[in-house]
Structure formats: C-alpha cells, structure tokens
Design a protein around this ligand. Structure first.
Ligand SMILES: [Cu+2]
Length: 346
C-alpha cells in the first residue's frame, strides 16, 4: 500500500510544476468537474446550488484467494468437503446516488448524499453423497436505502495559477440496513446496505488547470466510529485517486484516472452470521473474507452544455477496471465499474 502511494505522489510532483496557467481555477468548463466517480472533487462559489444523480454499476465474477484466481472446485472440494460448502459465483451491485451541494460562503460548500442500493448475488452450494458432490445454484438479493452522507468542503487555498486545494470532512450516518435477509436467513456482510456505524470520511483534494488540461488528486479514508448494534465494524478504508483530463471542445473533455484503495477486514463479528457459517461455511459470512486492496484505471467523458435549452447541465460517464487486486480471504473478483451521472448547478 505504501509503495503505491509513493508512486502516486512522485507522479503528481512531476506533473504539478508544468500544469499551471494564469488566473484562478474555474468550474465553467467541461473538466471543471472531476471524473464522475470522484466524490467531493469540486467546490462552489458562495450562493450556488447543485443537484446531481449518479448511477453506478459494479460487476464481480470468479473467485480470488488473496491475489490469485481459484476455482469453485478448489474451494468446495471435489471428493470430500473443502474449505467451504457455499461460494459466491457472481455479483452485481447497482447504486443510485442523489446529491445536493450548496456553497454557504466562498470558504464552505456543504453536500448531502443519499444512495439507493440494489445487490444481486449468485452462489453455488454443495453437499456430498459419499465422494460425489452435488451442486445447487442459489440467488440472493437485497435493496433499499444506504447510509446518508454529509460533507463539508473547506477551501484551504486558491492560487492565481489555476491551482487550489480543499479539505473534505464527511460524516456517514447509519441509515442503511444491516439486517437484510433472504427468507429467514441473514445475508452476508457484503449484501448489507449500510455499515451500521457512524463513519468519518476525511480527504484532501488538490486541483490544477492549464488552458487545455486539468488534473486532480484526492487522498482520503473512511474510519468507523465504534461498533454497530451487531457488535462489528466494517474495515477502515484508505483511498487515493489521481486523474488528468483534456478539453476536446468547449463542451467536452476526456479523462484518465488511477485509483488505489485498501480496506481492512471486518472488525468483530455478527453472531447471526457466525451461526450461518457454523451450518454452511461460506466466505460471505466470514469477517476475514471482507475488504481488499484495489488499483483501478478509468476512462471518462464529461459533457457540459454551454448554450440552448440544456445550458448549465452536465452529463458524464466513466468506465473503470482493476489493474491490480488482492482480497482478504476468498472473495469475488471485481470486473468493471460504470458510473453515469447528471449534474446541474445554478
Ligand atoms: Cu457541485
């Protein structure tokens, strides 16, 4: 994790001196907002409001043990019971995110976000008759409101060369359910809709613009405050992002982004899931098969209407794929993420 972080900083320090222009940073260009997957990338001027909607869809399939691909057979056993009796084989997570931003002063922009989640998971369950394994396919679903998030963005400094830096101070409120079930059975950690804990989300964001290019870097984390009412806390998370964008027309820009995140395994354990694990060992019910190190590369487009009926509206899309990933325990491998978004400020 440290070496990725150092590489990122070195890369950034090489770029930073050359990527500057005359005048202050401005939002009124397509790359005036970061790639759509970045949260809290920009601030507003006093009195401005912004509404946004994002649709994010993540696909996961095939199993990883640490950094290595493993087969379903290797986990379920072929002639006798293996490490697990049930493993996930695919998962799709859809997220609808609604956001509201308002700059109460030039120094402070406040932001609220609420998510609606929709998770689907396919699993294979096995049992043995002598030395013959019988497989059953199973499906699980969960959907509903996620955790509510409030963020204060504080302007630390603005320079007259297109650069600025701000602080992100986020608080996540546990409105999302951690009691999602399939029939009478509690679902695994990854299928729950919230963390169940109050979480602190600090970050620092650095932005720069030249006439044709822009870049940004954000480093932050998620820290769980205490444990939830089931006596566990999801793992703390560290995130670093670095992106660059180029203006193609007055309305269109294209971006490339590198992301690194590292999330710890679950701290503590949900006794309801321990009971399920006792009856049917599965990585989804295990605190040590949660969290991962993930490096991704993303490509995106931002479109900013400068005139006509849609003047001021922004549409953006971004596709991200892993370049390196290492899971804790045994988990599904992340395949790709798409983020589509709309933003309107006035
Ligand atoms: Cu905004």
């Amino acid at each position: 994790m440290k070496s990725h972080f150092l590489k990122l900083l070195t890369f950034l320090s090489l770029l930073a001196p050359s990527f500057a222009h005359e005048g202050p940073w401005t939002a009124s260009r397509p790359d005036g907002h970061g790639p759509i997957s970045v949260m809290g990338d920009h601030m507003h001027s006093m009195g401005e409001w912004m509404v946004s909607y994002r649709y994010m869809t993540m696909d996961m399939e095939t199993l990883l043990k640490g950094a290595n691909s493993v087969s379903v057979d290797s986990q379920l056993g072929t002639t006798s019971v293996g490490d697990f009796e049930m493993v996930p084989t695919a998962m799709k997570m859809d997220m609808h995110m609604f956001g509201l931003m308002h700059a109460i002063t030039d120094k402070w922009t406040i932001m609220g976000m609420v998510n609606y989640l929709d998770n689907k998971m396919d699993m294979t369950m096995a049992h043995f008759m002598g030395t013959t394994r019988h497989d059953h396919g199973m499906e699980a679903e969960s959907s509903g409101l996620g955790d509510l998030k409030f963020v204060g963005l504080y302007d630390l400094a603005k320079w007259n060369n297109g650069r600025r830096i701000h602080l992100n101070l986020g608080l996540s409120i546990p409105t999302g359910s951690i009691d999602e079930k399939s029939g009478a059975d509690i679902l695994g950690y990854g299928m729950q809709l919230g963390s169940g804990t109050w979480d602190f989300n600090p970050a620092i964001t650095l932005l720069g613009q030249t006439d044709k290019y822009s870049w940004g870097a954000q480093i932050g984390g998620t820290f769980r405050i205490g444990e939830n009412d089931q006596d566990y806390a999801l793992g703390d998370k560290f995130c670093a992002s670095l992106w660059g964008a180029r203006i193609i027309t007055d309305s269109l820009s294209a971006s490339a982004k590198f992301d690194f995140s590292s999330q710890d395994e679950v701290d503590g354990n949900d006794s309801r899931l321990d009971t399920r694990y006792g009856m049917m060992p599965s990585p989804g019910f295990s605190p040590s098969s949660q969290g991962r190190d993930l490096s991704t590369f993303g490509l995106g487009l931002n479109y900013y209407f400068q005139e006509g009926e849609l003047k001021g509206h922004r549409f953006a899309a971004e596709w991200e794929t892993p370049i390196d990933q290492k899971v804790n325990g045994v988990q599904l491998e992340l395949d790709s993420t798409w983020t589509l978004g709309w933003q309107y400020a006035w």
